[in-house]
Design a protein around this ligand. Structure first.
Ligand code: F6R
Length: 240
């Protein structure tokens, strides 16, 4: 595992985008799994800038959404899909056939998990998996206690995630479960990245960096993932 610290969020975002771009540049059909939430917005901005400047072509990428809240899809303001539509897919006019995303409004959620697991398996693993980190150490919606060997599954959200998750929505929103890629997807990805910024994330980043791999701290799977990166800005890395 490699830890990289950058002075600012802008620099962190640029370097993370560059790492992703470089890693897939020779792949014919890269499978790129990206988190929603606030952390990766700067990375999406860099990808959009590069495509608009003619420096990057993502027409052969398949974008895989990391997770979604149960009961939601792109039509709910603040959902994972809606945020990614706004910051990435719409600015880049990505067609639907290049997007794989959970739809939490459908009854066949287990079927969606099975299909995405099969897609990733057939591809030989994700090429990129970019995740943020929750204050409780979750990645995706893999909450503390999730087995390290899980693939896509339905997750019971931790109380802290339900509380902190309110920040994405215009009004108080009932959250209880979610659908998420699994920790084993992270471990098997060719380029797994945990990205964090801001001083709020300093404690959890320091805790993860110092931890043994233990299922009560999902992000500590990085210690069983030698090819993984933890990319942080100076504030999130201040207690390392
Ligand atoms: C979002 C996701 C979450 C977030 C994490 C950090 O798709 O899976 O695990 O990455 O909660 O959230 P932010 O980036 O908003 O601080």
């Amino acid at each position: 595992m490699t830890i990289q610290t950058y002075a600012t969020y802008e620099e962190l975002s640029r370097k993370t985008a560059d790492l992703i771009i470089e890693s897939v540049k020779d792949k014919p059909n890269p499978l790129v799994c990206l988190a929603s939430g606030h952390t990766p917005i700067g990375v999406f901005k860099c990808l959009v800038e590069d495509v608009k400047a003619g420096k990057l072509d993502v027409s052969n990428w398949t974008f895989v959404g990391l997770d979604e809240w149960n009961g939601m899809n792109g039509s709910t303001k603040g959902s994972c899909r809606q945020m990614m539509d706004e910051d990435l897919f719409e600015p880049l006019s990505i067609p639907e056939n290049q997007i794989v995303f959970f739809d939490g409004t459908q009854p066949n959620v287990q079927d969606q998990c099975d299909k995405v697991n099969e897609l990733i398996h057939q591809h030989g693993g994700l090429d990129v998996m970019l995740v943020g980190i929750g204050l409780n150490g979750h990645i995706g919606m893999n909450e503390p206690g999730t087995a390290f060997d899980t693939f896509a599954h339905i997750s019971q959200l931790a109380e802290e995630t339900i509380t902190v998750g309110q920040k994405y929505f215009p009004g108080e929103t009932k959250l209880s479960t979610g659908i998420t890629m699994g920790l084993k997807h992270f471990q098997e990805a060719r380029l797994p990245i945990i990205m964090a910024n801001g001083e709020k994330k300093a404690d959890i980043i320091a805790k993860v960096a110092a931890s043994q791999p233990i299922e009560s701290l999902p992000a500590s799977i990085v210690h069983m993932t030698p090819q993984a990166y933890i990319m942080v800005d100076r504030a999130a890395g201040s207690l390392l």
